[in-house]
Design a protein around this ligand. Structure first.
Ligand code: IFM
Length: 767
C-alpha cells in the first residue's frame, strides 16, 4: 500500500495540506465505509476539534430521547509518542501533509511530516473497511524519525468513550456502556459495549503487528485497559532515518448480525485477517470494489473536475449501502455523520433509490424490504392518526415508528418547532412510487407478489381514507399537508401530494386487476390477509380519478390551494454559483410564493410521460424564478428539467453546484455529514438529465443534451437482469443490450427515432 500505485483518472480526492479550520469537513469527505460500518475520515491520532464517528448500520438507541444512530466505540485510534511528545496537530507543527482518498478502491492514504523544534517525523498510513470481509478493517502505518534517534511509543486504542456529540437540541449523549475490555499478553484487544436502551451488544477486536521494530532495537509490548478503553503499546528505540511499520486489523460484530458469540466472532475475524495478510485482504477488497463500480461508474470525458465530483457522489452512496441487510436503509447523512440522528427520510426512495435500482438492484430491493418489514408499524401509525392503510413515518429509524423530533435547530441556529411529522404524508406515495419503478426496471415479479403489491395496496387504502369529498365540486381533496416545499406547512391540496395520491390509487387498482388475471391465487391470499374486497379496489379507481389537481388551462400548476394568492416575490439576485440570494426569514417566506425546494418540478420529473413539453416549460419558468434551493435536495432536480428543456447552461450551473456541493462545501455544513439525497440527485441529473435516459412504459428513451465540454459519457445500467452498456455524445449513441436471452428485445427511442434494441447487438445511432 504505497501512494505511488495511484494514478489519477478522476478517481482520487487529494488533500494537499492541513486546514485547521476545516478538519471536521475533511473528516466527512474522507469517510470510509463498506455498507456495514461507516467511519469518518479522522486523523487517527486525534486532535482537539476532532469528531470521530463510527456508525454501524442499523444500530440505533434512544437513551432517554428519540432513537438515533449510535456513535460506536472507535477502533482506528493510533497515538504515537516520540521522546514523550505526541505526534499530533495539537502539539507539533506540520511541514507537509497529503491525504488521498482512492475512490476506486475505497482506501484512504496519508502522509504527514510533523516538526517538533528542529526534529522532523514522517508518519504514513493507509486504511480501508473491507468490502469483502464486511466486519473487518485494515490499517497500515509507519513512522520515521528523520533527524535523530528517538524513543518511541505507539499506542493502538479501541476507544469506548465516544458520544453522539452533535445534537440539534440538547446535550451530547453516550449511547452505550462498556461491558468488557480485554487485552492480555499478545492476544487481540477486545472491547464489548451494550447500547443503553436498545440493548445491542457491540464487540470490537484489534490486533496489531509490528514489522521491523525488533532486530536492531528491542520492542516492548504492553497492554492496558480501563473501564472504557483498551490499548496496546509498542515501545522501542527508533534509529534516525529508519522506517518502522505496523499493520492493524480490527473487527466489529453486533448482536444484530450474529447469533454466535460476539467475542469469538471478533477474535476469529482478526486472526483470520492476520493469516491472510494486508496485501491479500486489499486484493480481495479491491476485487469487490471493481465489481461494484462496474455497473455504477459514470465516466464523463471532457470535464475532469466534474468527472471526479460525480464519482465522489457515487462513492459516498456506495460506501453506505448494505448489500446484505434488509432491515436497514440509508440515513440522510448516509454513514458519515449523525446529523438528523441517522434517520431515514423520503430522501432514500426519491433521490438515492433510482441509482441503486439501475445499478445495484439487490441493494434497491433491500431498501424496499426495509419499508415492507415495518409495514405493521406503519399500519399502526396510520390508525394513530385516524386513517386506514399504512402511514410510513416521515423520519424512520430501527422500528418504523414515527421518530421526527418536535424541535430542531434551523439554518440560522434558532431552535424551531418541527411541523413535518403529522403532515408530510407524501412519504406514502414516495415509497409506492419507488416500488412501482423497481417493478418496471427489474421486472422482479416475485418481489411484487411477496411484498410490493401489499405496500401499494395498503398505501392506496391510506389515501382513500385520507381524502375528503366535496359534494359541490364532486372532487376529493387532501387537506392539511406539507409538500416537499417546507416553507408552506399544513396546506390544502398540495399538487405534489394529490398527484402522487391519485397515481397511487389508480396504480393500485390496475395492479390488482393485472395480478387478478395473472396470479389469481396470490390475489385471493393477499385479499384475505388484507381483508380487501373488490369493491374497495373499485373505490380506489373512483377516488383516484376524482382527486383535485390544481392545474390551469395554460398548464400552470398551483403548488397548493391558494398558492397564487401569496406575495408574488421572485428571485432577483443570484450569487457567483448562480444560486438565489434572498432573505431567509421563514416567517416571511411562508407568505410569499418563494419555494424552499423542488416540489411541482420534482413531480414533473417523477412522471416524465404524464406532462406535455409545454406544461413542463411553463412550470419550469415559473418555479425556477421562485425557488430558493435552501435544501440540497433541490438543484439536481432543476438541473434535470433544465437539461431536458434544452437550457444546458442553467442545467450545468445547478448540476455543478450539487455535484461539488459537498466537495467544495457549498451547502456550508458538510462538517455534519454528507448530503446523501443530493448524491443520488447527482446521478439522476447525469443520467436522466444530461444523458436523457428514461424508461417510460417499458420503452427506453435516450436523448442526450450534454454540456458542450462533455465529449462523451459512458455508463452501464441494469434492466431486468440484462446489461445496457451506453456510450453517448450529443451526436452519437452507442448501446449494447447484453443478455443471456438471445431473442430479447427492448423498444427504444433514441434522438426521437423509434428503434428495437436486440440482445447482444451493438447499436449505433447518429443524430
Ligand atoms: O427530507 C429532507 C427535506 O426534504 C428537507 N430538509 C432535510 C430533509 C432531510 O434531508
Amino acid at each position: 500500500m504505497v501512494l505511488e500505485w495511484l494514478s489519477d483518472d478522476g478517481w482520487i480526492v487529494l488533500e494537499r495540506n492541513i486546514d485547521r479550520d476545516k478538519l471536521r469537513f475533511q473528516e466527512t469527505i474522507f469517510t470510509l465505509g463498506n455498507g456495514y460500518v461507516g467511519s469518518r475520515g479522522v486523523l487517527e491520532e486525534g486532535y482537539r476539534q476532532g469528531y470521530p464517528g463510527t456508525y454501524i448500520t442499523g444500530v440505533y438507541d434512544s437513551g432517554g430521547q428519540l432513537p438515533e444512530i449510535v456513535n460506536a466505540p472507535n477502533p482506528v485510534v493510533v497515538e504515537i509518542y516520540v521522546d514523550g511528545r505526541k505526534l499530533s496537530l495539537d502539539e507539533m507543527g506540520v511541514i507537509e501533509h497529503r491525504r488521498i482518498l482512492d475512490m476506486k478502491r475505497a482506501v484512504l492514504y496519508r502522509r504527514t511530516l510533523f516538526v517538533d523544534g528542529e526534529k522532523r517525523y514522517k508518519y504514513r498510513s493507509s486504511r480501508f473497511l473491507s468490502l469483502r470481509e464486511q466486519h473487518l478493517g485494515v490499517m497500515s502505518f509507519s513512522l520515521e524519525a528523520l533527524d535523530c534517534d528517538a524513543s518511541v511509543t505507539v499506542k493502538c486504542v479501541v476507544d469506548g468513550t465516544t458520544r453522539n456529540e452533535i445534537q440539534a437540541v440538547g446535550d451530547p449523549v453516550r449511547h452505550y456502556t462498556v461491558m468488557q475490555t480485554y487485552g492480555m499478553g499478545r492476544d487481540p484487544l477486545y472491547l464489548a459495549a451494550r447500547t443503553d436502551a436498545s440493548g445491542i451488544v457491540i464487540g470490537l477486536a484489534s490486533l496489531t503487528e509490528a514489522h521491523n521494530t525488533g532486530g536492531s532495537c528491542e520492542c516492548q509490548i504492553k497492554s492496558h485497559g480501563d473501564e472504557n478503553c483498551v490499548f496496546r503499546e509498542f515501545s522501542f528505540q527508533a534509529r534516525r532515518g529508519k522506517r518502522y511499520s505496523f499493520t492493524r486489523y480490527f473487527s466489529v460484530y453486533t448482536s444484530r448480525d450474529t447469533q454466535r458469540n460476539i467475542h469469538t466472532s471478533c477474535l476469529a475475524e482478526v486472526m483470520r485477517a492476520r493469516e491472510r495478510g494486508a496485501a491479500q485482504l486489499l486484493r480481495r477488497h479491491t476485487r469487490c470494489w471493481r465489481h461494484r463500480w462496474r455497473y455504477s461508474d459514470v465516466a464523463i470525458d471532457g470535464d475532469p473536475a466534474i468527472r471526479q465530483a460525480v464519482r465522489f457522489n457515487l462513492y459516498h452512496l456506495l460506501i453506505a449501502a448494505s448489500p446484505e441487510d434488509m432491515d436497514v436503509s440509508l440515513p440522510a447523512k448516509a454513514l458519515s455523520g449523525e446529523w438528523y440522528k441517522g434517520h431515514v427520510f423520503w430522501d432514500t426512495e426519491i433521490y438515492m433509490f433510482p441509482f441503486f435500482m439501475y445499478t445495484q438492484p439487490k441493494i434497491a430491493r433491500n431498501l424496499l424490504l426495509y419499508r415492507y418489514r415495518r409495514l405493521e408499524q406503519a399500519r399502526h401509525n396510520a390508525s394513530m392518526q385516524g386513517y386506514k392503510g399504512t402511514l410510513f413515518p416521515w423520519e424512520s429509524a430501527d422500528t418504523g415508528e414515527e421518530v421526527t423530533p418536535m424541535l430542531w435547530r434551523g439554518p440560522d441556529g434558532k431552535i424551531i418547532k418541527v411541523h413535518t411529522k403529522p403532515m408530510q404524508h407524501h412519504i406514502v406515495g414516495d415509497i409506492s412510487w419507488a416500488v412501482s419503478m423497481y417493478y418496471m426496471v427489474t421486472g422482479d415479479i416475485r418481489f411484487m407478489l411477496d411484498y410490493g403489491a401489499e405496500v401499494i395496496f395498503e398505501s392506496a387504502r391510506f389515501w382513500a381514507s385520507r381524502v375528503n369529498y366535496d359534494e359541490d365540486t364532486a372532487l376529493y381533496h387532501i387537506p392539511e399537508v406539507t409538500g416537499p416545499d417546507e416553507y408552506h406547512k399544513g396546506v390544502d391540496d398540495s399538487f405534489y401530494t394529490n398527484y402522487l395520491a391519485r397515481w397511487n390509487l389508480l396504480y393500485a387498482a390496475s395492479l390488482y386487476r393485472e395480478f387478478l388475471g395473472s396470479h389469481p391465487r396470490y390475489i385471493k391470499k393477499l385479499g384475505d390477509k388484507m381483508n380487501l374486497p373488490c369493491s374497495e379496489v373499485d373505490a380506489w379507481q373512483q377516488v383516484g380519478g376524482s382527486i383535485k389537481l390544481g392545474i390551469q388551462d395554460s398548464g400552470l400548476i398551483e403548488e397548493f390551494q391558494g398558492y397564487f394568492d401569496k406575495g408574488n416575490d421572485v428571485i432577483t439576485q443570484r450569487n457567483a454559483s448562480g444560486m438565489p440570494v434572498y432573505s431567509k426569514d421563514e416567517d416571511k417566506l411562508q407568505h410569499t410564493q418563494l419555494v424552499k425546494q423542488a416540489d411541482v418540478i420534482l413531480l414533473l420529473h417523477l412522471f416524465p410521460g404524464d406532462f406535455s413539453r409545454k406544461t413542463r416549460e411553463i412550470n419550469f419558468a415559473y418555479y425556477d424564478a421562485r425557488t430558493t434551493h435552501l435544501s440540497s435536495l433541490s438543484p439536481s432536480i432543476y438541473a434535470i428539467l433544465a437539461a431536458e428543456l434544452g437550457d444546458i447552461s442553467k442545467a450545468y450551473n445547478y448540476f455543478h453546484y450539487v455535484a461539488c456541493g459537498d466537495l467544495d462545501d457549498y451547502f456550508g455544513n458538510t462538517d455534519l455529514g454528507i448530503h446523501a439525497a443530493s448524491l443520488g440527485g447527482v446521478w439522476q441529473a447525469a443520467i436522466h438529465g444530461f444523458a436523457g435516459v428514461k424508461l417510460v412504459c417499458d420503452r427506453l428513451y435516450i436523448n442526450p443534451k450534454l454540456p458542450e465540454k462533455w465529449r462523451m459519457v459512458k455508463f452501464n445500467l441494469l434492466w431486468r437482469g440484462n446489461t445496457l452498456r451506453v456510450c453517448l455524445s450529443n451526436d452519437k449513441v452507442e448501446i449494447l443490450l447484453g443478455s443471456r436471452k438471445k431473442q430479447l428485445e427492448l423498444p427504444a427511442c433514441i434522438y426521437g427515432k423509434r428503434i428495437q434494441l436486440q440482445a447482444n447487438k451493438l447499436l449505433t445511432v447518429v443524430k
